[in-house]
Design a protein around this ligand. Structure first.
Ligand code: NAP
Ligand code: HSE
Length: 434
Protein backbone atom coordinates (compact mmCIF):
# COMPACT_ATOMS: atom_id res chain seq x y z
CA UNK A 1 0.00 0.00 0.00
CA UNK A 2 1.16 3.59 -0.70
CA UNK A 3 1.85 6.10 2.04
CA UNK A 4 -1.18 7.18 4.07
CA UNK A 5 -3.07 10.32 2.98
CA UNK A 6 -3.07 12.58 6.01
CA UNK A 7 -6.17 14.76 6.21
CA UNK A 8 -6.47 18.06 8.01
CA UNK A 9 -10.17 18.82 8.48
CA UNK A 10 -11.13 22.38 9.46
CA UNK A 11 -14.76 22.58 10.60
CA UNK A 12 -16.56 19.81 12.48
CA UNK A 13 -20.14 21.02 12.11
CA UNK A 14 -22.91 19.43 10.05
CA UNK A 15 -20.63 18.52 7.15
CA UNK A 16 -17.26 18.12 8.89
CA UNK A 17 -18.56 15.80 11.62
CA UNK A 18 -20.49 13.72 9.04
CA UNK A 19 -17.31 13.42 6.98
CA UNK A 20 -15.28 12.28 9.97
CA UNK A 21 -17.95 9.70 10.88
CA UNK A 22 -18.12 8.40 7.28
CA UNK A 23 -14.35 8.03 7.10
CA UNK A 24 -14.33 6.06 10.33
CA UNK A 25 -17.29 3.81 9.46
CA UNK A 26 -16.32 3.14 5.82
CA UNK A 27 -12.56 3.16 6.26
CA UNK A 28 -11.92 -0.36 4.99
CA UNK A 29 -13.88 0.08 1.76
CA UNK A 30 -12.47 3.53 1.06
CA UNK A 31 -8.89 2.46 1.61
CA UNK A 32 -9.36 -0.59 -0.57
CA UNK A 33 -10.64 1.64 -3.39
CA UNK A 34 -7.81 4.17 -3.30
CA UNK A 35 -5.05 1.73 -2.37
CA UNK A 36 -3.76 3.69 0.60
CA UNK A 37 -4.83 4.47 4.12
CA UNK A 38 -6.72 7.62 5.04
CA UNK A 39 -5.81 9.26 8.33
CA UNK A 40 -7.59 12.13 10.03
CA UNK A 41 -4.33 13.62 11.22
CA UNK A 42 -5.59 16.94 12.54
CA UNK A 43 -8.84 18.86 12.98
CA UNK A 44 -9.95 22.37 13.77
CA UNK A 45 -13.14 23.78 15.30
CA UNK A 46 -14.01 26.51 17.77
CA UNK A 47 -14.98 24.15 20.56
CA UNK A 48 -12.42 21.41 21.32
CA UNK A 49 -14.64 19.67 23.85
CA UNK A 50 -17.82 19.27 21.79
CA UNK A 51 -18.95 15.70 21.10
CA UNK A 52 -18.89 15.20 17.31
CA UNK A 53 -20.31 11.65 17.41
CA UNK A 54 -16.94 10.20 16.38
CA UNK A 55 -13.72 9.47 18.23
CA UNK A 56 -11.19 12.09 17.10
CA UNK A 57 -8.82 11.69 20.03
CA UNK A 58 -6.01 10.48 17.73
CA UNK A 59 -6.20 13.67 15.66
CA UNK A 60 -4.29 16.77 16.76
CA UNK A 61 -6.61 19.69 17.54
CA UNK A 62 -6.02 23.24 16.30
CA UNK A 63 -8.16 26.13 17.49
CA UNK A 64 -6.96 28.10 14.46
CA UNK A 65 -7.68 26.69 10.96
CA UNK A 66 -4.74 28.69 9.57
CA UNK A 67 -2.36 26.90 11.92
CA UNK A 68 -3.88 23.59 10.78
CA UNK A 69 -3.41 24.54 7.12
CA UNK A 70 0.27 25.31 7.82
CA UNK A 71 0.84 22.05 9.66
CA UNK A 72 3.57 20.05 7.93
CA UNK A 73 1.95 16.73 8.94
CA UNK A 74 -1.07 17.00 6.64
CA UNK A 75 -1.21 16.24 2.88
CA UNK A 76 -4.62 17.74 2.09
CA UNK A 77 -6.57 20.55 3.70
CA UNK A 78 -10.34 20.07 3.94
CA UNK A 79 -12.11 23.39 4.54
CA UNK A 80 -15.59 22.98 6.07
CA UNK A 81 -15.69 26.12 8.18
CA UNK A 82 -17.80 28.27 5.86
CA UNK A 83 -17.93 31.99 5.10
CA UNK A 84 -16.43 33.87 2.18
CA UNK A 85 -13.70 35.54 4.22
CA UNK A 86 -12.04 35.25 7.62
CA UNK A 87 -10.84 31.84 8.80
CA UNK A 88 -11.98 30.02 5.65
CA UNK A 89 -10.19 32.34 3.22
CA UNK A 90 -7.04 32.69 5.33
CA UNK A 91 -6.68 28.96 5.88
CA UNK A 92 -7.30 28.04 2.23
CA UNK A 93 -4.71 30.61 1.17
CA UNK A 94 -2.26 29.17 3.69
CA UNK A 95 -2.76 25.61 2.41
CA UNK A 96 -2.45 26.57 -1.28
CA UNK A 97 0.60 28.74 -0.59
CA UNK A 98 2.45 25.69 0.66
CA UNK A 99 1.28 23.64 -2.33
CA UNK A 100 -1.15 21.16 -0.77
CA UNK A 101 -4.57 20.53 -2.38
CA UNK A 102 -7.68 21.97 -0.82
CA UNK A 103 -11.06 20.23 -0.71
CA UNK A 104 -13.93 22.55 0.16
CA UNK A 105 -17.75 22.71 0.25
CA UNK A 106 -17.61 26.49 0.47
CA UNK A 107 -19.41 28.06 -2.50
CA UNK A 108 -19.40 31.55 -0.99
CA UNK A 109 -15.61 31.47 -0.70
CA UNK A 110 -15.17 30.32 -4.30
CA UNK A 111 -17.80 32.65 -5.74
CA UNK A 112 -15.96 35.64 -4.27
CA UNK A 113 -12.36 34.49 -4.40
CA UNK A 114 -12.34 31.46 -6.71
CA UNK A 115 -10.35 33.13 -9.49
CA UNK A 116 -7.63 34.44 -7.17
CA UNK A 117 -7.49 31.14 -5.27
CA UNK A 118 -7.28 29.10 -8.48
CA UNK A 119 -4.37 31.32 -9.59
CA UNK A 120 -2.68 30.85 -6.22
CA UNK A 121 -3.20 27.09 -6.50
CA UNK A 122 -1.73 26.92 -10.01
CA UNK A 123 1.23 29.08 -9.00
CA UNK A 124 2.00 26.57 -6.25
CA UNK A 125 1.44 23.43 -8.34
CA UNK A 126 -1.80 22.38 -6.69
CA UNK A 127 -5.60 22.72 -7.11
CA UNK A 128 -8.91 23.17 -5.29
CA UNK A 129 -11.62 20.50 -5.43
CA UNK A 130 -15.18 21.56 -4.67
CA UNK A 131 -17.71 18.88 -5.63
CA UNK A 132 -19.70 19.56 -2.45
CA UNK A 133 -19.98 23.29 -3.08
CA UNK A 134 -22.79 22.99 -5.64
CA UNK A 135 -26.00 20.98 -5.23
CA UNK A 136 -24.84 19.04 -2.16
CA UNK A 137 -24.37 15.37 -2.95
CA UNK A 138 -25.12 15.59 -6.70
CA UNK A 139 -21.91 15.01 -8.68
CA UNK A 140 -22.47 18.03 -10.90
CA UNK A 141 -18.95 19.47 -10.84
CA UNK A 142 -17.33 16.25 -12.05
CA UNK A 143 -20.12 15.83 -14.62
CA UNK A 144 -19.56 19.28 -16.08
CA UNK A 145 -15.78 19.36 -15.76
CA UNK A 146 -15.08 15.82 -16.95
CA UNK A 147 -18.02 13.88 -18.35
CA UNK A 148 -19.29 16.75 -20.54
CA UNK A 149 -15.89 18.12 -21.53
CA UNK A 150 -16.54 17.39 -25.23
CA UNK A 151 -19.87 19.22 -25.22
CA UNK A 152 -20.75 22.88 -25.65
CA UNK A 153 -23.21 23.91 -22.97
CA UNK A 154 -26.08 26.15 -24.05
CA UNK A 155 -27.88 26.45 -20.76
CA UNK A 156 -27.59 25.16 -17.22
CA UNK A 157 -30.44 25.62 -14.79
CA UNK A 158 -32.07 24.08 -11.80
CA UNK A 159 -32.80 24.07 -8.12
CA UNK A 160 -29.59 24.79 -6.25
CA UNK A 161 -30.75 25.54 -2.74
CA UNK A 162 -32.15 22.72 -0.62
CA UNK A 163 -33.41 25.00 2.14
CA UNK A 164 -35.62 27.05 -0.21
CA UNK A 165 -36.94 24.02 -2.03
CA UNK A 166 -37.72 22.32 1.26
CA UNK A 167 -39.54 25.45 2.47
CA UNK A 168 -41.53 26.02 -0.74
CA UNK A 169 -42.53 22.36 -0.82
CA UNK A 170 -43.82 22.40 2.75
CA UNK A 171 -45.58 25.73 2.25
CA UNK A 172 -47.35 24.29 -0.78
CA UNK A 173 -48.14 20.80 0.47
CA UNK A 174 -48.84 21.49 4.13
CA UNK A 175 -49.77 25.19 4.14
CA UNK A 176 -47.08 25.84 6.78
CA UNK A 177 -45.96 29.43 7.33
CA UNK A 178 -42.63 30.65 5.93
CA UNK A 179 -40.88 31.18 9.29
CA UNK A 180 -41.86 27.74 10.64
CA UNK A 181 -40.53 26.05 7.49
CA UNK A 182 -37.25 27.94 7.86
CA UNK A 183 -36.87 26.85 11.50
CA UNK A 184 -37.30 23.20 10.45
CA UNK A 185 -34.72 23.60 7.65
CA UNK A 186 -32.27 24.99 10.19
CA UNK A 187 -32.97 22.18 12.65
CA UNK A 188 -32.30 19.62 9.91
CA UNK A 189 -28.88 21.14 9.11
CA UNK A 190 -29.85 22.36 5.62
CA UNK A 191 -29.54 26.10 6.14
CA UNK A 192 -26.40 28.20 6.09
CA UNK A 193 -25.08 29.57 9.40
CA UNK A 194 -26.80 32.82 8.31
CA UNK A 195 -30.03 31.62 6.63
CA UNK A 196 -30.52 34.91 4.78
CA UNK A 197 -27.96 33.45 2.35
CA UNK A 198 -30.51 30.73 1.58
CA UNK A 199 -33.80 32.61 1.52
CA UNK A 200 -32.27 35.70 -0.09
CA UNK A 201 -31.09 33.60 -3.05
CA UNK A 202 -27.41 34.41 -2.43
CA UNK A 203 -26.36 30.81 -1.78
CA UNK A 204 -27.93 29.71 -5.09
CA UNK A 205 -26.25 32.72 -6.71
CA UNK A 206 -22.84 31.63 -5.41
CA UNK A 207 -23.42 28.13 -6.79
CA UNK A 208 -24.66 29.42 -10.12
CA UNK A 209 -21.55 31.61 -10.54
CA UNK A 210 -19.41 28.46 -10.21
CA UNK A 211 -21.55 26.42 -12.62
CA UNK A 212 -21.46 29.26 -15.16
CA UNK A 213 -17.69 29.21 -15.18
CA UNK A 214 -17.60 25.44 -15.75
CA UNK A 215 -20.41 25.54 -18.32
CA UNK A 216 -19.04 28.32 -20.50
CA UNK A 217 -15.32 28.24 -19.71
CA UNK A 218 -15.46 31.83 -18.48
CA UNK A 219 -14.21 33.71 -15.45
CA UNK A 220 -16.43 33.71 -12.36
CA UNK A 221 -18.44 36.91 -12.14
CA UNK A 222 -20.64 36.91 -9.05
CA UNK A 223 -21.52 40.59 -9.46
CA UNK A 224 -23.29 39.76 -12.71
CA UNK A 225 -25.68 37.26 -11.15
CA UNK A 226 -29.18 38.73 -10.82
CA UNK A 227 -30.47 37.55 -7.43
CA UNK A 228 -33.95 37.63 -5.93
CA UNK A 229 -34.89 35.45 -2.95
CA UNK A 230 -38.08 33.76 -1.81
CA UNK A 231 -38.88 36.12 1.09
CA UNK A 232 -41.80 37.70 -0.75
CA UNK A 233 -43.42 34.43 -1.88
CA UNK A 234 -46.70 33.95 -0.01
CA UNK A 235 -49.11 31.05 0.41
CA UNK A 236 -51.49 33.07 -1.81
CA UNK A 237 -48.90 33.09 -4.64
CA UNK A 238 -48.36 29.35 -4.24
CA UNK A 239 -52.13 28.73 -4.40
CA UNK A 240 -52.57 31.04 -7.40
CA UNK A 241 -49.69 29.28 -9.17
CA UNK A 242 -51.34 25.90 -8.58
CA UNK A 243 -54.64 27.15 -10.01
CA UNK A 244 -52.79 28.34 -13.10
CA UNK A 245 -51.00 24.99 -13.56
CA UNK A 246 -47.62 26.06 -12.13
CA UNK A 247 -45.43 25.45 -9.11
CA UNK A 248 -43.11 28.02 -7.61
CA UNK A 249 -39.42 27.12 -7.36
CA UNK A 250 -36.29 29.12 -6.60
CA UNK A 251 -34.68 28.68 -9.98
CA UNK A 252 -31.08 29.36 -11.00
CA UNK A 253 -30.42 29.81 -14.72
CA UNK A 254 -27.29 30.52 -16.75
CA UNK A 255 -27.70 30.69 -20.50
CA UNK A 256 -26.09 32.09 -23.58
CA UNK A 257 -28.06 34.89 -25.22
CA UNK A 258 -27.22 37.08 -28.19
CA UNK A 259 -25.92 39.81 -25.91
CA UNK A 260 -23.90 37.62 -23.56
CA UNK A 261 -24.42 35.19 -20.71
CA UNK A 262 -27.48 35.65 -18.54
CA UNK A 263 -27.14 34.53 -14.91
CA UNK A 264 -30.22 34.78 -12.73
CA UNK A 265 -31.64 33.37 -9.50
CA UNK A 266 -35.25 34.12 -8.62
CA UNK A 267 -38.54 32.46 -7.73
CA UNK A 268 -40.08 31.14 -10.93
CA UNK A 269 -43.38 29.63 -11.91
CA UNK A 270 -42.61 26.38 -13.69
CA UNK A 271 -45.25 24.24 -15.43
CA UNK A 272 -46.59 21.65 -12.96
CA UNK A 273 -45.82 18.85 -15.42
CA UNK A 274 -42.14 19.80 -15.92
CA UNK A 275 -39.34 17.71 -14.47
CA UNK A 276 -38.14 20.59 -12.30
CA UNK A 277 -41.63 21.07 -10.82
CA UNK A 278 -41.52 17.53 -9.49
CA UNK A 279 -38.33 18.11 -7.49
CA UNK A 280 -39.48 18.35 -3.90
CA UNK A 281 -38.07 18.92 -0.44
CA UNK A 282 -34.33 19.23 0.08
CA UNK A 283 -33.69 17.62 -3.31
CA UNK A 284 -31.74 19.69 -5.84
CA UNK A 285 -31.77 19.25 -9.60
CA UNK A 286 -29.46 20.54 -12.30
CA UNK A 287 -30.46 20.42 -15.98
CA UNK A 288 -27.72 20.86 -18.56
CA UNK A 289 -28.53 21.53 -22.23
CA UNK A 290 -25.64 20.68 -24.53
CA UNK A 291 -24.97 20.41 -28.26
CA UNK A 292 -24.11 16.70 -28.35
CA UNK A 293 -26.19 15.25 -25.58
CA UNK A 294 -29.34 17.35 -25.65
CA UNK A 295 -30.63 17.75 -22.11
CA UNK A 296 -29.66 15.84 -19.03
CA UNK A 297 -31.07 16.20 -15.54
CA UNK A 298 -29.19 15.33 -12.39
CA UNK A 299 -31.18 15.19 -9.17
CA UNK A 300 -30.46 14.21 -5.59
CA UNK A 301 -30.07 15.43 -2.00
CA UNK A 302 -28.90 19.04 -2.10
CA UNK A 303 -27.99 19.62 1.53
CA UNK A 304 -27.45 17.86 4.83
CA UNK A 305 -24.51 16.19 6.52
CA UNK A 306 -24.15 12.85 4.78
CA UNK A 307 -25.16 14.07 1.32
CA UNK A 308 -22.57 16.84 1.40
CA UNK A 309 -19.91 14.70 3.05
CA UNK A 310 -20.42 12.15 0.26
CA UNK A 311 -19.29 14.78 -2.26
CA UNK A 312 -16.38 15.92 -0.06
CA UNK A 313 -15.32 12.32 0.25
CA UNK A 314 -15.28 11.85 -3.53
CA UNK A 315 -12.81 14.75 -3.82
CA UNK A 316 -10.65 13.29 -1.07
CA UNK A 317 -10.65 9.96 -2.93
CA UNK A 318 -9.50 11.79 -6.08
CA UNK A 319 -6.65 13.40 -4.18
CA UNK A 320 -5.75 9.99 -2.74
CA UNK A 321 -5.47 8.49 -6.22
CA UNK A 322 -3.63 11.51 -7.61
CA UNK A 323 -6.46 12.81 -9.81
CA UNK A 324 -6.36 16.55 -9.22
CA UNK A 325 -7.69 18.38 -12.31
CA UNK A 326 -7.58 22.17 -12.84
CA UNK A 327 -9.95 23.86 -10.41
CA UNK A 328 -12.34 25.22 -13.04
CA UNK A 329 -11.61 22.64 -15.73
CA UNK A 330 -8.86 24.67 -17.40
CA UNK A 331 -6.03 26.76 -15.93
CA UNK A 332 -7.43 30.10 -14.70
CA UNK A 333 -5.59 32.15 -17.37
CA UNK A 334 -7.44 30.19 -20.06
CA UNK A 335 -10.90 31.13 -18.80
CA UNK A 336 -12.45 33.69 -21.15
CA UNK A 337 -13.69 37.03 -19.80
CA UNK A 338 -17.33 36.91 -18.76
CA UNK A 339 -19.69 38.81 -21.10
CA UNK A 340 -22.79 39.89 -19.22
CA UNK A 341 -26.33 39.95 -20.62
CA UNK A 342 -28.42 42.61 -18.85
CA UNK A 343 -31.31 41.29 -16.78
CA UNK A 344 -33.53 44.04 -18.17
CA UNK A 345 -33.15 42.39 -21.58
CA UNK A 346 -34.52 39.10 -20.24
CA UNK A 347 -37.63 37.96 -22.09
CA UNK A 348 -40.40 35.76 -20.73
CA UNK A 349 -43.90 35.63 -19.31
CA UNK A 350 -44.73 37.22 -15.96
CA UNK A 351 -47.16 36.65 -13.11
CA UNK A 352 -47.97 40.02 -11.54
CA UNK A 353 -49.87 40.48 -8.28
CA UNK A 354 -51.31 43.90 -7.49
CA UNK A 355 -53.25 45.06 -4.48
CA UNK A 356 -55.74 47.41 -6.12
CA UNK A 357 -58.10 49.91 -4.53
CA UNK A 358 -61.58 49.00 -5.66
CA UNK A 359 -62.66 52.14 -7.52
CA UNK A 360 -63.92 53.08 -10.92
CA UNK A 361 -61.21 53.22 -13.56
CA UNK A 362 -58.50 51.29 -11.67
CA UNK A 363 -58.68 48.22 -13.90
CA UNK A 364 -58.79 50.31 -17.06
CA UNK A 365 -55.79 52.35 -15.96
CA UNK A 366 -53.73 49.20 -15.27
CA UNK A 367 -54.66 47.73 -18.65
CA UNK A 368 -53.77 51.06 -20.28
CA UNK A 369 -50.30 51.10 -18.69
CA UNK A 370 -49.64 47.55 -19.84
CA UNK A 371 -50.67 48.45 -23.40
CA UNK A 372 -48.45 51.57 -23.36
CA UNK A 373 -45.47 49.30 -22.64
CA UNK A 374 -46.56 46.83 -25.33
CA UNK A 375 -47.32 44.12 -22.78
CA UNK A 376 -49.92 41.69 -23.99
CA UNK A 377 -52.01 40.11 -21.23
CA UNK A 378 -52.97 36.46 -21.25
CA UNK A 379 -55.31 36.92 -18.30
CA UNK A 380 -56.37 39.41 -15.67
CA UNK A 381 -58.29 38.17 -12.64
CA UNK A 382 -59.58 39.89 -9.53
CA UNK A 383 -59.32 37.53 -6.55
CA UNK A 384 -61.48 39.12 -3.86
CA UNK A 385 -61.93 36.87 -0.84
CA UNK A 386 -65.56 35.75 -0.30
CA UNK A 387 -67.29 38.14 2.10
CA UNK A 388 -64.61 40.88 1.86
CA UNK A 389 -66.01 44.43 2.11
CA UNK A 390 -66.55 46.11 -1.25
CA UNK A 391 -64.30 49.08 -0.41
CA UNK A 392 -61.23 47.03 0.58
CA UNK A 393 -58.26 46.53 -1.73
CA UNK A 394 -58.58 43.52 -4.00
CA UNK A 395 -55.74 41.33 -5.20
CA UNK A 396 -55.52 41.41 -9.00
CA UNK A 397 -53.44 38.88 -10.85
CA UNK A 398 -52.12 39.51 -14.34
CA UNK A 399 -50.43 36.92 -16.52
CA UNK A 400 -48.48 38.36 -19.42
CA UNK A 401 -47.49 36.86 -22.72
CA UNK A 402 -43.77 36.91 -23.49
CA UNK A 403 -42.38 40.37 -22.95
CA UNK A 404 -39.19 42.00 -21.69
CA UNK A 405 -38.17 42.57 -18.08
CA UNK A 406 -37.59 46.21 -18.99
CA UNK A 407 -41.19 46.62 -20.17
CA UNK A 408 -42.62 44.94 -17.06
CA UNK A 409 -40.55 47.02 -14.65
CA UNK A 410 -41.42 50.26 -16.43
CA UNK A 411 -45.12 49.39 -16.62
CA UNK A 412 -45.25 48.50 -12.92
CA UNK A 413 -43.48 51.73 -11.99
CA UNK A 414 -46.15 53.64 -13.97
CA UNK A 415 -48.99 51.64 -12.38
CA UNK A 416 -47.58 52.40 -8.91
CA UNK A 417 -47.40 56.10 -9.70
CA UNK A 418 -51.05 56.18 -10.77
CA UNK A 419 -52.04 55.69 -7.13
CA UNK A 420 -54.47 52.79 -7.46
CA UNK A 421 -52.32 50.34 -5.48
CA UNK A 422 -52.21 49.85 -1.72
CA UNK A 423 -48.93 47.92 -1.80
CA UNK A 424 -45.81 47.44 -3.91
CA UNK A 425 -46.55 45.38 -7.04
CA UNK A 426 -45.10 41.90 -7.08
CA UNK A 427 -43.98 39.80 -10.00
CA UNK A 428 -42.81 36.22 -10.46
CA UNK A 429 -41.19 35.21 -13.73
CA UNK A 430 -42.72 32.31 -15.67
CA UNK A 431 -40.23 29.76 -16.98
CA UNK A 432 -41.59 27.63 -19.84
CA UNK A 433 -39.71 24.43 -18.96
CA UNK A 434 -40.58 20.95 -20.20
P1 NAP B 1 -21.57 24.42 10.51
O1 NAP B 1 -22.42 23.30 10.95
O2 NAP B 1 -21.89 25.81 10.96
O3 NAP B 1 -20.07 24.06 10.92
C1 NAP B 1 -19.02 24.98 10.86
C2 NAP B 1 -17.81 24.40 11.59
O4 NAP B 1 -16.74 25.32 11.49
C3 NAP B 1 -18.07 24.17 13.07
O5 NAP B 1 -17.47 22.97 13.49
C4 NAP B 1 -17.34 25.35 13.75
O6 NAP B 1 -16.79 25.01 15.02
C5 NAP B 1 -16.22 25.59 12.78
N1 NAP B 1 -15.75 26.97 12.80
C6 NAP B 1 -16.47 28.07 12.46
N2 NAP B 1 -15.69 29.16 12.58
C7 NAP B 1 -14.47 28.73 13.00
C8 NAP B 1 -13.25 29.37 13.31
N3 NAP B 1 -13.12 30.69 13.21
N4 NAP B 1 -12.21 28.62 13.71
C9 NAP B 1 -12.33 27.28 13.80
N5 NAP B 1 -13.47 26.60 13.50
C10 NAP B 1 -14.52 27.33 13.12
O7 NAP B 1 -21.49 24.50 8.91
P2 NAP B 1 -21.81 23.34 7.87
O8 NAP B 1 -23.26 23.31 7.62
O9 NAP B 1 -21.10 22.10 8.27
O10 NAP B 1 -21.16 23.97 6.55
C11 NAP B 1 -19.78 23.96 6.35
C12 NAP B 1 -19.49 24.41 4.91
O11 NAP B 1 -20.13 23.51 4.02
C13 NAP B 1 -20.03 25.80 4.55
O12 NAP B 1 -19.18 26.40 3.63
C14 NAP B 1 -21.37 25.47 3.89
O13 NAP B 1 -21.78 26.48 3.01
C15 NAP B 1 -21.00 24.22 3.16
N6 NAP B 1 -22.11 23.34 2.83
C16 NAP B 1 -23.01 22.97 3.78
C17 NAP B 1 -24.03 22.10 3.47
C18 NAP B 1 -25.05 21.67 4.48
O14 NAP B 1 -26.00 20.99 4.08
N7 NAP B 1 -24.91 22.00 5.74
C19 NAP B 1 -24.14 21.62 2.16
C20 NAP B 1 -23.20 22.00 1.19
C21 NAP B 1 -22.19 22.87 1.56
P3 NAP B 1 -17.74 24.62 16.29
O15 NAP B 1 -18.47 23.39 15.89
O16 NAP B 1 -16.77 24.38 17.39
O17 NAP B 1 -18.63 25.81 16.49
N1 HSE C 1 -27.72 25.86 2.68
C1 HSE C 1 -27.47 25.12 1.49
C2 HSE C 1 -28.79 24.65 0.90
C3 HSE C 1 -26.59 23.95 1.82
O1 HSE C 1 -29.79 24.71 1.58
O2 HSE C 1 -28.81 24.26 -0.26
C4 HSE C 1 -26.16 23.18 0.59
O3 HSE C 1 -25.26 23.95 -0.16
Amino acid sequence: MNSPLRLGIAGLGTVGASLARLIETKRQTLEHRVGRSLTIAAVSARDASKDRGVDLSAARFFADPVALARDGEIDVFVELVGGSDGAALDSVRAALSRGIPVVTANKALLAYHGMALAELATANGTEILFEAAVAGGIPVIKTMREALSGNDVKRVYGILNGTCNYMLTRMEKEGIAFDDCLKDAQRLGYAEADPTFDIGGFDAGHKLALLTSLAFGCAIDLDSVFIEGIEAVTLDDIRAAAELGYRIKLLAVAQRTESGIEQRVHPAMVPAGSAIARVDGVTNAVAIDTDLLGSILLAGPGAGGNATASAVLSDIMDVATGFVPPTFGVPPEKLSPYRRARMRAHEGGYYIRLSVQDRVGAFASIAQRMAEHRISLESIVQRRAPGAAADTAAPVILITHETSEEAVRNALAAVSQDGHLTDEPKMIRIEPLK
